[in-house]
Write a protein that binds this ligand. Structure first.
Ligand SMILES: Cc1ncc(COP(=O)(O)O)c(C=O)c1O
Length: 382
């Protein structure tokens, strides 16, 4: 099988990932932060090691500011709902995923005011458009780092500067960049970084996290047992316990730790360099095929390896199904949980076929994808 669906979840994982998950269940399966016996302590050490490794990956000085969640959606909900109250104003972009748009629309019903900033047709959001929407009561800016529809990369560092200068909280949705594009929360002035564990970080599904700047105190999404301050009726004030009620996904975190270690060993800049070369190969190959329309920035330097396209006259969902059944190519088609982004690029009625590369993608994967698309496009309209 040729796997070109890394934007949905990365596959395959480095072999150390499933090995560590199995090892955690078989040899260290206590409940971290609860009991004091050896199995619990061992699990706790792995959880802390994963926090430390994530902190080094993202330039975070205190690993305890990394909070585990079950996916990027939960991280975004915690950051958004934990930041905003009725009467607050929030600015977000027309490229956001439903995991930002839907919580914001929900909060709007409760009195939060929302302003959407347009993006260019290629999906890139301009800083000036963000500045023009800022108001005295703006509490939060939410920006997708790179689009899950067309790979467009946003100027996060510049927006971070603007937000910090105006004392507005800055949340970055790094679902499509964590582990694939270098991120330094200090240098980029990011206050809240939401990331999945199961995409670019190469961990298993059911893992994710949120970095919370140490000046920020969010309202938790969940309240309950944390293994700390157990005599208190209220949630602890300190991170990560404030945000991590309930037993963690320890086997998942053990796997995620190995994914992050893989990235620290190879370097995210090197992963990005490799992926850029493959992106250029894929874009150049698609440009040579007739009857193909590719979306997003043409320049690989302005995008990630998430490439949306359509084959003239073919329904993208039917095309993806044929790519799977006839050519053994795994990809995704449709609206990719981001209707807003499709509306921005003019594909909200049709959706697109999406090929997405990952740290373990190869030239052979790209060439197999191109050969299959060439054949489909030559077969004519369906
Ligand atoms: C940009 C973006 N944000 C958020 C999410 C949600 O991630 P998760 O599936 O980990 O909840 C995704 C998933 O594809 C995404 O691409």
């Amino acid at each position: 099988m040729t796997y070109l669906d890394n934007a949905a979840t990365s596959w395959p994982k480095p072999p150390a990932v499933p090995a560590a998950m199995r090892g955690m269940i078989e040899h260290a399966g206590g409940n971290p932060g609860r009991s004091g016996h050896r199995l619990a302590m061992k699990a706790g050490e792995t959880v802390y090691a994963c926090r430390e490794n994530l902190a080094s990956l993202f330039g975070v000085s205190d690993p305890l500011r990394i909070c585990f969640t079950s996916n990027a959606t939960e991280s975004l909900n915690l950051a958004i709902k934990g930041s905003l109250e009725p009467g607050d104003h929030v600015v977000f972009s027309a490229m956001e995923h439903n995991s930002v748009w839907r919580p914001l629309r929900e909060l709007e019903r409760c009195g939060v005011r929302i302003s959407m900033v347009p993006a260019g047709a290629n999906g890139i959001v301009h800083c000036d458009s963000i500045v023009s929407q800022l108001r005295r009561d703006t509490r939060l800016i939410v920006l997708i780092h790179a689009s899950n529809v067309n790979g467009a990369l946003n100027p996060v560092e510049e927006v971070g500067r603007i937000a910090r200068d105006r004392n507005v909280r800055f949340l970055v949705d790094a679902a499509q960049t964590a582990g694939m594009v270098p991120i330094d929360v200090e240098a980029m002035k990011i206050d809240l970084l939401a990331f999945p564990g199961h995409k670019g970080l190469l961990g298993p599904q059911g893992t994710g996290g949120l970095y919370v700047h140490d000046s920020i105190r969010l309202q938790p999404l969940k309240h309950g047992g944390t293994g700390s301050d157990s005599d208190s009726p209220v949630q602890p004030e300190f991170a990560p316990d404030r945000y991590e009620s309930g037993t963690l996904n320890t086997p998942g975190i053990a796997g995620l730790n190995e994914g992050v270690k893989y990235l620290l060993r190879h370097g995210v800049a090197e992963v990005q360099r490799r992926e850029r070369a493959l992106t250029e190969r894929l874009l150049a190959g698609l440009a040579e095929i007739q009857h193909i329309h590719v979306y997003g920035p043409a320049n690989a330097g302005e995008r990630t390896g998430v490439i949306s396209f359509n084959i003239e006259g073919r329904d993208p969902v039917v095309a993806a199904d044929e790519l799977d059944r006839t050519f053994d190519i795994a990809c995704r088609a449709g609206l990719h949980c981001a209707w807003l982004a499709h509306r921005t690029q003019g594909t909200d009625q049709t959706g697109t076929v999406r090929f997405s590369l990952g740290a373990l993608s190869t030239e052979q994967d790209v060439d197999a994808g191109l050969a299959a698309v060439r054949t489909l496009a030559q077969k004519g309209k369906r």
